[in-house]
Design a protein around this ligand. Structure first.
Ligand code: KIV
Length: 263
């Protein structure tokens, strides 16, 4: 049975955790066939898959078909799904309803950004049997308040607030924590202070694992070039090249050949 406790076991034996954000059945199948530890259906799908300017546009209705599609393709892998914008910041009842819908769509855990109002919901969900992953540092759902996608916890006071928030969500029961865009030494301290695994994105190498968006690491997200990203492929060029050749072959009549036609 897939469980966030698998990630705890990896931290305990000091094995780094690999997590990848993916959004559909097709890519989930590719990840399922890889050694990756865990899949995240991130609310970044609003931007990457639907062309919105930020994750505040990810509604539950937008997320659910993606969660269900990834769950169908993920095989035996652990699937975590993002609680969409504002679903974890209001009343407990609507938070529980959103988490229930994500779990019933096939997620094994939900991820919640923040350590304010969200803490009560985290404790409530964990108590009710829904595993929760926290998300601190740059929390993209607060982009309007943060004034952009900026590195967080850059001074001592902000780092101290992050340490306190991390302790708070751990005490509330999260099984793991995603830490986004914070200085590497700050992230490393969070990872060593907490018992739970800390999975970083733009948080340096001193944490317990890494998460990247599939399209980003494959070089398939045109124009997205943050400092923290390493591209393991150049899919944009490969796809562009394939489409060019297909178009030329159609125009010249070289496709389809006799062997690609029915007699
Ligand atoms: O939405 C997402 O893909 C995420 C990861 C980048 C951590 O939250």
């Amino acid at each position: 049975m897939q469980s966030v406790s698998q990630l705890q076991r990896l931290k305990n034996i000091q094995q780094k955790i690999s997590m990848v954000t993916c959004y559909d059945y097709w890519s989930a199948q590719l990840v399922a066939a890889s050694p990756m530890d865990c899949l995240l259906v991130g609310d970044s799908l609003a931007v990457v898959m639907h062309g919105y300017s930020s994750t505040v546009h990810a509604t539950l209705d937008l997320m659910l078909p993606h969660v269900a599609a990834v769950a169908r393709g993920a095989g035996s892998k652990l699937v975590v799904a993002d609680m969409p914008f504002m679903t974890a910041s209001g009343d407990l009842r609507s938070g529980v309803a959103a988490a229930t819908a994500l779990i019933q769509a096939g997620a094994h855990a939900v991820k919640i950004e923040g350590a304010g109002h969200q803490v009560a919901l985290i404790a409530h969900l964990v108590e009710a049997g829904i595993p929760v992953v926290g998300h601190l540092g740059l929390t993209p759902q607060s982009v309007l308040q943060l004034g952009g996608h900026r590195v967080q916890a850059k001074n001592e006071a902000a780092a101290d607030r992050l340490f306190a928030d991390a302790a708070k969500v751990e005490a509330a029961g999260v099984g793991a924590l995603v830490l986004e865009c914070v200085p590497a030494p700050v992230a490393a301290k969070v990872s060593s202070d907490l018992k739970i695994p800390v999975i970083g994105i733009g948080a340096g190498a001193g944490v317990d694992g890494q998460v990247l968006v599939l399209q980003d690491l494959l070089g398939a997200n045109l124009g997205f070039e943050p400092k923290f990203l390493r591209k393991y492929a150049d899919l944009s060029s490969s796809i562009g090249n394939a489409l060019d050749r297909y178009h030329q072959d159609v125009q010249s009549g070289a496709f389809p050949a006799r062997c690609e036609s029915y007699a």
